[in-house]
Design a protein around this ligand. Sequence first.
Ligand code: NI
Length: 255
Amino acid sequence: MHLIDTHAHLYSEQFDADLSEVIERAAQNGVQRILLPNVDSNSTERLWNVVNAYPERCFPMMGIHPCSVNESIAAELRHVETELAKGKYIAVGEIGIDLFWDKTYIKEQIAAFEQQMEWAKELNLPIALHCRDSFDEIFASVEKVQDGGLRGVLHCFTGNEAQAKRTIDLGLHIGLGGVLTFKNSGVADAVKNVPMEKILLETDSPYLAPTPFRGKRNESAYTKLVAEKLAEVKEISIEEIASITTANAERLFNL
Ligand code: NI
């Protein structure tokens, strides 16, 4: 069985002590490849340390996370632009809008999000999208930029059925992680009718570990638990879940 964890922050300090074991456990659970979204200019060097240590397994994205948008956004965007020009990234991410923690920089968040989507289109790269308490704002921005040339994934999907449909209609995939396994999250119902061809698996490690590890550190091996839950929701085998979602990720990210 081959799985791809399409979203994991394995360069987090939380993996400093045992990263090689984390990568090994992932492989033992079928997760041979792991995609690493960037957060901001402070995480880029750590991200590359992991990619360089595991070049066959870990693949880098470049972008500025909405929670890192503040008064130094201009310098952060220059960093992203310079890095992307190197041509070594598989996607622009993670980018988006987060209104859960702080709305101070909402204007800057939207501007940075739209700028990075434009770069993704120019470079023909997919985007990895972060959306928290911001579906309406995200949809408005994507609609503005989408001209048929934008592709990507709305990572860690936590919306309802209508929001899932809107995501697909806008040309995006849906990334499913640990929240799918949470009781009462509603995500299983929301994605019940989403075509399998539009679904990717992820963990968002070290955050949002699936049941039964909820609240603990998440790691890429647990992608398998998300696949198992999705097999239950879709009433197909885990092997089919693995082969379809892996093909989806290979196609979207040109792996
Ligand atoms: Ni993330």
